[in-house]
Design a protein around this ligand. Structure first.
Ligand SMILES: [Zn+2]
Length: 679
């Protein structure tokens, strides 16, 4: 075949974006077949350099290598997550072990590692600036963690193991997607729609349309933007139970999409990996590269919330049970009742109705709100660009400009759920910021899974998710570092949620809501009484939210703390842990192991689901700086926030960065207070 492959051409497109309209699934295999050897040739050349190793000819050269490969890889990762297809999924399966093999060829490259190790040994004498020293330390650790310092006899086994892990992670993700797109609950008549507010009926109708059903049909899928409000509002207990069970059972059906054996094999390989590195458990191996440092530090934090949250949930359960009785619903209540009854109690106690709030949280207005916050904090402006081809017609593109109007990056927002998109919300990049060759502008994408409608109306949780991902986006966009390995979100895993979670705070600020939370039809500001109710109801049901999150975090740590060589039956282990922890059956867990993608769709969050709470300690304490100043946009604090948190990437140790911002180490109390777990 002699046809031109757009992935291998110069991208003469606006901003050097990928040529989305030309790229097809079949381009990826031949493109990687050219880009991977080219990347390896660059690595060989660095290793074969006749001059003695220096920072410039080894570290800086390594950091600048592989650009063709990385631009293709990033595009591929984004397309398989945001806009996949059967053809792309087939390519993904074919490529997963080959890409892992390529990574191994680099990180197990004896010649290159010898040069890096030689520099690392002499790092104190090299007269490096702090960022150069940090790069040397980080890259050295990357190689060690990838197996470069293993004895040669173990290296082949290590490669085989990581390649198999990559294939298993791909299978795990695809199995979850298959179960999610395989489930749909048709709401056949008016009785099946009982209790659903207008916005949910509209979303269910839109979902039915996407499934190709005739007008007037309604469907609930397992997409959180449909399933969660359905669990909250549907008067039909039997249908709520069907949706709850559908969600819990993802990845746990016998047959080709069964994730239980996949997860068990992943666990066996991870234990072997830890063994080869000389750690007693996989959790120990993972925690070396985190701010927490040791599994015990994580257990101590989770221990501070688990029992107090369960204790607090008892009061809430009593109120919910009373509500169930008054509605003539059966008791004891079940997991598929909790959201529904909590909503009823919330309405009764705070006179607050989610359906009453939603008209004030139109997606378009909330996008305006997050841009406005970035403007007031950091002087950024966002200028939408039309007519540039992106990966999907619903995705939108903005130029991001600094106070002096200089272009600093590009922001893509892709907000709607569709069958071809992974569930959840996430940020990714198409291109990293770096200071090489005069500097590279970052291209950042935020993905959400809101139900598309003529006017998409968000719940307040959705608004927080929108702001959360935008916080990650700003971390990528504001990055100001020299070396790509240290840029943007490439920080320690239990630090990466700080910039995202702290940004959620501005979504709750009264001045922000007053300005932007306007009725999508009339444009009227949210009535002060409603705003007041929203504020008062904020801590309601926090025990439930804490348990839903902390249970899976504890089970993740327990699973990855099993001694090497333990055989794991995923379902039995989970049941036993739930018993041991006393996970309340009427609350349940946000994720069950058979579809827990944080743990098994890759290794970043393995023994790491706790990172959100770790970062919450940091963000609650950091945001308190603005509260203490009495101004959510206080400029001196905002300036420090930009400098030490959003722009500094992985340039310095996160503990030092936090101290530079806050003037002291973080305290845990603001997080506990925010969750209502201490007075
Ligand atoms: Zn996040």
């Amino acid at each position: 075949m002699t046809a031109i492959n757009p992935l291998l051409q110069d991208w003469n497109t606006p901003y050097g974006l990928p040529p989305f309209d030309l790229v097809k699934a079949e381009h990826f295999v031949p493109a990687f077949e050219a880009a991977l050897p080219a990347h390896l040739a660059e690595i060989d050349a660095i290793a074969a350099e006749s001059a003695a190793p220096t920072f410039a000819n080894t570290l800086a050269a390594f950091d600048a290598s592989g650009r063709l490969n990385s631009r293709i890889s990033l595009l591929f990762e984004n397309l398989t997550a945001s806009e996949t297809s059967p053809a792309l999924q087939a390519v993904e399966v074919e490529l997963a072990p080959r890409l892992a093999a390529h990574r191994n060829a680099i990180y197990l490259h004896a010649g290159l590692f010898a040069r890096i190790a030689a520099l690392y040994a002499r790092r104190a004498e090299l007269d490096l600036d702090p960022e150069q020293l940090r790069l040397l330390e980080r890259v050295h650790l990357d190689f060690v963690r990838a197996g470069a310092s293993l004895p040669p006899a173990s290296r082949a086994r290590y490669s085989a193991l990581t390649e198999r892990l990559a294939a298993l992670s791909t299978a795990f993700t695809q199995n979850v997607l298959a179960d999610e797109s395989g489930f749909s609950l048709a709401l056949e008549d008016e009785a099946a729609l009982a209790g659903l507010p207008e916005f949910l009926r509209a979303s269910a109708a839109a979902a039915a349309q996407q499934c190709g059903l005739p007008a007037g049909s309604h469907v609930i899928t397992l997409s959180p933007s449909l399933a969660e409000p359905f669990l909250t509002f549907s008067d039909r207990r039997d249908l709520r139970e069907a949706v709850w069970r559908g969600r819990v059972a993802r990845g746990a059906h016998d047959g080709v999409h069964d994730n239980r054996p996949v997860a068990a094999e992943i666990m066996a390989l991870r234990q072997e990996q830890a063994q080869l590195h000389g750690y007693p458990t996989y959790a120990d191996y993972q925690l070396v590269d985190r701010m927490a440092g040791k599994p015990e530090a994580v257990s101590a934090l989770l221990g501070k919330v688990w029992e107090p949250a369960k204790k607090k949930a008892e009061d809430d359960r009593a109120a919910l049970t009373e509500m169930a009785r008054s509605l003539g619903q059966p008791t004891p209540i079940a997991a598929w009742d909790w959201r529904y009854l909590a909503e009823k109690v919330r309405q009764a106690r705070y006179d607050l109705d989610d359906a009453e709030l939603k008209p004030y949280f139109a997606l378009e207005n909330m996008i305006g709100a997050m841009f406005d916050c970035a403007q007031r904090l950091f002087g950024l402006s966002f200028v939408e660009q039309h007519g540039v081809a992106l990966h999907h017609a619903d995705a939108r593109l903005w130029e991001v400009r600094n106070r002096d109007n200089a272009l600093i990056g590009l922001f893509i927002g892709d907000n709607y759920a569709r069958a071809s998109k992974r569930s959840g919300a996430w940020m990714h990049i198409f291109r990293s910021q770096s200071g090489h060759n005069g500097g590279t502008l970052p291209v950042v994408i935020n993905n959400n899974n809101f139900a598309k409608a003529d006017a998409t109306l968000l719940s307040f949780d959705d608004v927080r998710t929108l702001f959360h991902e935008f916080g990650h986006g700003l971390h990528g966009l504001l990055s100001q570092v020299k070396y790509e390995r240290l840029a943007g979100t490439q920080v320690l895993q239990d630090y990466v949620e700080l910039p995202s979670q702290i940004f959620e705070n501005w979504a709750e600020e009264e001045v922000v809501l007053q300005r932007h939370a306007r009725h999508y039809q009339s444009g009227a500001a949210m009535p002060p009484a409603l705003l007041e109710k929203l504020k008062r109801a904020r801590q309601f049901d926090q025990a439930w939210a804490t348990i839903m999150y902390a249970g899976p975090a504890l089970i993740d740590m327990a699973l990855h703390s099993l001694p090497n060589g333990s055989k794991v039956d995923i379902a039995a282990f989970e049941a036993q842990q739930c018993e041991l922890l006393g996970v309340p059956q009427d609350i349940g867990q946000r994720h069950y192991l058979s579809h827990f993608q944080h743990l098994f769709s890759g290794s970043d969050y393995a023994a790491g689901y706790y990172v959100y709470m770790w970062a919450e300690v940091l963000d609650a304490d950091a945001y308190d700086a603005f509260i203490e100043a009495g101004d959510p946009f206080e400029q001196k604090i905002a300036e420090r926030l930009r400098r030490y948190i959003y722009s500094s990437g992985n340039k310095q140790d996160p503990a030092l960065a936090f101290r530079a911002f806050r003037g002291r180490d973080p305290k845990v109390e603001p997080m506990l207070a925010k969750r209502g777990l201490i007075a």
